[in-house]
Each structure stands twice: as structure tokens, then as C-alpha cells.
Design a protein around this ligand. Structure first.
Ligand code: SF4
Length: 452
């Protein structure tokens, strides 16, 4: 799980026209892409039951909050959201309020006392509970697995990208991380089920798929015959019509040569690797129980770059872990400089109740954590300014997925954000963009050639 990933509210659902039964749902999601994928599945189930999406909580018959507790800030936002819905629930007692996500696992009794206005708490991925709670779903004869996993707004006019979970849970026990306690042990989805799901998405217009897992590259070790992520990448990557394939989030220990070779050999797999290191000091890594050293992480990056020159790399860093000294933090800066990553997701440590490190003193003062956070950001600006400036004049393939303030936005194969101004409707198109301007965080360019 990318500890440093920016927490954002993810608007996975766009409004629909009013359905025949007049029933509406609203989903609010916070946290990682796994939550986004789970919300897409909830939406698919409610859509199948005749409900339609609304962006208004006040109009919804069912409001689903999909929570995250990876960091205190996320948990506080969920609690704030739940409290803000008390008045709505009092005004409309028939409205159903549902809470899912990592906040729920093993905490249902406590949460019932704290938030008595919530009608249903269900564990992430326990979609059976939702099926039994929604009357229209409970009446349906379909079993859970035959219900759709994806809701693609009248299917794929605008949905060009999809997240597909391939492995749930995590069997590592990093000392700061709450995920294994809330998501359980690693459990891989069957190989053929994933391949046919992606094939179905591509038939409905999806061009860009990201395979998801807390430790996505551990995929398959619990399946008969032990297929690995390399096998799956080759099978999914060969699906005709799939333009782009990525995977998130990898653990350095499982970043095998086989996987890197599959990335290099399958044309649809994007030249982008997300490989969290979390700290650049081996003693801190040991106390984090990450089970590798900085040398292993650097070695995996070197191998990826050897096989795929020009590959972009993202990583995650936690600053202010208990006991982290100035010298140890300096090692992190040194390693980041050596690695020259394209993107560093940085987060300040906060103890999560129930984890091992929460028993240790959170002894790095807040002002020191802030200073270290800023130092990583400053290093990133320094490295990214030079790297992006060197991209001016290059032509990049960009998949357009948004429009903001009159400019189209999309991602290069290396996951760099690129903006273009163009009068045509480019949403969902792949375009070649000649880069004309740069900043540390994005590029600006003009379309060269025809959209496809
Ligand atoms: S325990 Fe470690 S590997 Fe597993 S999700 Fe948490 S940070 Fe990632």
C-alpha cells in the first residue's frame, strides 16, 4: 500500500438520469485505488438493482461511505463526514447510510456505538452483506459472482480507464501498517476470471487497465500451479484493444526479473514502475519490518532501467518514523537523489492503533516531521524541474481522460500529467503531444497528428 499516496476524494460516480423506480445512490470514497475499485463494484451492484447515481447526498436513497484509516488524517475525514450526515439522516430517516472500507473491519461494535445513525457496516469486499441489505438485490436470484463488478456509466462513453483488483490483503507485517489487520492475508483472484474480466472491459471501450493489490506483485503464490504476475501481465497484455496496462502497488522483495522482463516485452505494458521504498536507511527499514535493504530496492530500479531505458519510477516515503535521527533521514535524501525518481509520494508518520510501531514512542517532533516532509518535496522539485525541462521538444503518447479550465488533461505512458489546448473532443483519445512547456509537476504541449 502506498503509504505516501496523496489522500484524495475520488468522484468515481457521475450522475445518471432518474431511474424508473426513482431510487438514487451516492458513493463517497477516500483512500487508495483499491477503495476506488470497491466503490465501482458497489455502484455496479446498485445499478443492477435499478438504482442510479447522484452527486447529491440530499437526494440519495442510499449513501455509501468508503473509508480509509491508513493515516489519521483520512480517518478524521471519514468521522467528519459521518457526523455531517447526522442531520440528513434525522430529516430523512428512510435514507440508508452505509459505511464500508478499512475503518470497518473488526470495529463494527465500537462503530455502532459511535455512529448509531449508520444502518449498515460491511467489511471491504464483503459484498454479500450489501446484497442482503438492499431489498432489490436480496430479491435477485443472481449470486454475488454473477453480478457485475463494474459500473461504467452507460457503458464506456467516458470510462476509458479501469482498476481491476487481482489480489486482496497483505501477508507482510510492516510495523506501522494497519492494512493486514483490516484486509486480511493475501488472497489472489483466479487467473482466468481476471483475464475474462479485462476482456469484457475492453469490449465495453476501456483502453487503460491498472491491476491492483496491496502487494500486487505477490500475485498467484496461493493459487494452484502458482502463476505469477509475469504470467498474468502477459495474458492480460495480449488482449486485443487494450492499449495500456499498469499495476499497483509492488513490494521490492517480489519485484522479480520475470516481472520486469514481461514489462519490457509486452507492448501494452506502460514503462512505469511504482516501487515504494519507505525509507533510505537500513536501520529504519529494519524497524519498519520491510524485509529488504536499500541496496535491493536500488538493484531492482537498476534492472528495470537496464531492460526499459526511459522507464519512469515512483516511490513512497514515510518521514518521522519513531527513532528516525537526522542522520538516518539524510540517508533517505541521499538514496532518493541517487535513485532520481520521477515521483515521490511523501507522508509524515502517524501511529495507527493496533500496529507494532504504535507501541513505540512517536518521538520525532511535529516540526521536525514537517521539515523533513518539506526537504523531500524540495528535492523532488529540484529533480523534476530538470527532468521535465529536458522533455520540452519531445513527443509523447497521451491518453486524454479529463478537461479542466478549457484544457484537456491526460497521462503519458510514463504517468506524467500532460495538458493540451485543442478544440476537438479528445476525451478517451490517445494523442501524440509535442511538449512545449514544462513545470515540476506537469507538461504542456500541442497535439501532433490525428487522435486515435
Ligand atoms: S503491511 Fe507493508 S506491504 Fe503490506 S500493505 Fe502494509 S505497507 Fe504494504
Amino acid at each position: 500500500m502506498p503509504k505516501g499516496a496523496t489522500i484524495e476524494l475520488i468522484p468515481v460516480i457521475s450522475p445518471d438520469p432518474l431511474p424508473e423506480n426513482g431510487k438514487l445512490f451516492h458513493i463517497w470514497t477516500i483512500g487508495c485505488q483499491m477503495n476506488e475499485a470497491d466503490s465501482a463494484r458497489v455502484a455496479a451492484m446498485l445499478h443492477e438493482a435499478g438504482y442510479r447515481a447522484t452527486d447529491s447526498e440530499e437526494q440519495a436513497d442510499i449513501v455509501v461511505l468508503n473509508s480509509c484509516v491508513v493515516r489519521q488524517a483520512a480517518e478524521d475525514k471519514v468521522a467528519g463526514k459521518l457526523n455531517s450526515l447526522i442531520r440528513e439522516k434525522r430529516a430523512r430517516p428512510d435514507m440508508s447510510l452505509v459505511l464500508t472500507g478499512c475503518m470497518v473491519t473488526n470495529q463494527q461494535e465500537k462503530l455502532k456505538e459511535r455512529f448509531p445513525h449508520v444502518d449498515l457496516f460491511f467489511d471491504p469486499s464483503d459484498f454479500d452483506s450489501l446484497k442482503h441489505f438492499v431489498p432489490e438485490l436480496a430479491e435477485m436470484e443472481d449470486d454475488l459472482e454473477t453480478l457485475p463488478h463494474y459500473y461504467l456509466e452507460d457503458v464506456a462513453d467516458t470510462a476509458v480507464s479501469a482498476f481491476v483488483p487481482i489480489i486482496y490483503g497483505c501477508t507482510f507485517l510492516c510495523s506501522y501498517c494497519i492494512v493486514p489487520y483490516r484486509r486480511g492475508k493475501e488472497t489472489s483472484r483466479p487467473f482466468d476470471e481476471i483475464v475474462s474480466e479485462v476482456r469484457g472491459l475492453v469490449e465495453r471501450g476501456v483502453r487503460d487497465v491498472t491491476l491492483l493489490g496491496q502487494t500486487v506483485n505477490a500475485y498467484g503464490h496461493d493459487l494452484p500451479g502458482k502463476p505469477d504476475l509475469a504470467d498474468l501481465l502477459r495474458a492480460v497484455g495480449a488482449i486485443e484493444g487494450l492499449d495500456r496496462l499498469r499495476f499497483l502497488t509492488s513490494h521490492p522483495k517480489y519485484m522479480s526479473d520475470r516481472i520486469l522482463e514481461a514489462m519490457a516485452e509486452v507492448p501494452s505494458i506502460c514503462e512505469h514502475l511504482n516501487l515504494p521504498v519507505q525509507a533510505g536507511d537500513n536501520e529504519v527499514l529494519r524497524r519498519m519490518r520491510r524485509t529488504y535493504t536499500t541496496d535491493l530496492w536500488l538493484d531492482r530500479l537498476a534492472r528495470a532501467r537496464e531492460l526499459m531505458p526511459g522507464i519512469t519510477v515512483a516511490t513512497d516515503i514515510i518521514v518521522g518514523f519513531p527513532g528516525e535521527t537526522d542522520e538516518q533521514f539524510q540517508h533517505t535524501l541521499d538514496v532518493l537523489e541517487e535513485a532520481d525518481c520521477d515521483k515521490v509520494h511523501v507522508a509524515m508518520y502517524s501511529p495507527r492503533p493496533g500496529t507494532l510501531s504504535a507501541r513505540w514512542e512517536d518521538d520525532v517532533p511535529a516540526d521536525v516531521k514537517h521539515a523533513r516532509h518539506q526537504a523531500v518535496e524540495d528535492l523532488q522539485v529540484h529533480l523534476c524541474t530538470a527532468r521535465n525541462a529536458a522533455r520540452v521538444g519531445q513527443t509523447m503518447e497521451v491518453l486524454i481522460d479529463s478537461k479542466n479550465k478549457g484544457r484537456w488533461g491526460g497521462r503519458s505512458r510514463g504517468n506524467t500529467l500532460v495538458h493540451v489546448a485543442d478544440d476537438r473532443d479528445l476525451l478517451g483519445s490517445i494523442v501524440d503531444v509535442r511538449i512545449t512547456e514544462s513545470s515540476p509537476w506537469y507538461l504542456i504541449g500541442e497535439v501532433a497528428g490525428s487522435p486515435r
